[in-house]
Design a protein around this ligand. Structure first.
Ligand SMILES: [Zn+2]
Length: 230
């Protein structure tokens, strides 16, 4: 069972004490209700009893989908201690035989925000591959800026599913409203066909970040010259 710790912080809206339930883990299929809340953005944080506002708070938590075989570790603060814990997990994947067998065929990702966690759940539940999505974001970024005729910096791109089932990128800028750009899945297939042979042997099965920094590294581009997706 998940361990739930309580933490009280002052509500950033009204200043009254706000009690947050902090789960150490969410496990599918057991915690379906919690998953729904994550996807509706009502899991990490609490509704303030005084002002009624839902206050999102990200904290360290694991998400393990045993049916679809993926493990996400939300680490909003990726400091030395957290990096050490990731290293230890990856060591265990090598040295601990029963553990390695239990995690066989798994995809492992470190995520650093609630929105990144939700994005990975969507991608993996749709049976897509987050690596090709990240490479697509990198290819889309300059095209989107050109199409919108903007020099604004892109601070984030999130993969989304529209109510009608189409996929889109929600593009966040530093100084203008976000744009929702439909994603052509032929581009996804094209990216996959082009990159598959190179990525399959290179991507390890252990816990890694797959984000804008990862994509830039794969393409051999300094992350600073690209949009920063973290
Ligand atoms: Zn409040």
């Amino acid at each position: 069972m998940a361990e739930i710790k309580k933490q009280t912080i002052p509500c950033p809206k009204c200043g009254k004490p706000l009690e947050i339930d902090m789960w150490d883990s969410v496990e599918l299929p057991r915690d379906r209700e919690q998953k729904e809340k994550i996807m509706n953005n009502h899991f990490f944080g609490a509704e303030c009893g005084t002002c009624g506002e839902f206050i999102p708070v990200g904290y360290q938590c694991t998400y393990n989908d045993m049916e679809r075989k993926y493990f996400l570790w939300l680490l909003p603060k990726l400091g030395e201690k957290e990096q050490q814990a990731v290293l230890e997990y990856n060591e265990r994947l090598i040295k601990d035989n029963p553990f390695r067998l239990a995690r066989s065929g798994y995809r492992h990702r470190v995520v650093q925000s609630i929105s990144e966690l939700r994005e990975k759940i969507l991608i993996f539940d749709e049976r897509l591959d987050d690596r090709y999505i990240e490479l697509m974001k990198m290819a889309y970024a300059p095209i989107i800026r050109q199409r919108l005729q903007t020099k604004s910096r892109i601070t984030d791109i999130r993969f989304q599913k529209q109510p009608d089932g189409e996929y889109s990128f929600l593009v966040i800028f530093d100084d203008r409203p976000p744009a929702n750009v439909l994603v052509d899945m032929d581009t996804y297939d094209g990216t996959k066909n082009r990159m598959e042979n190179r990525l399959e042997p290179e991507t390890p099965g252990n816990l890694i970040c797959v984000n804008a920094g990862w994509a830039a590294e794969v393409m051999g581009i300094a992350p600073d010259s690209q949009q920063n997706g973290n």
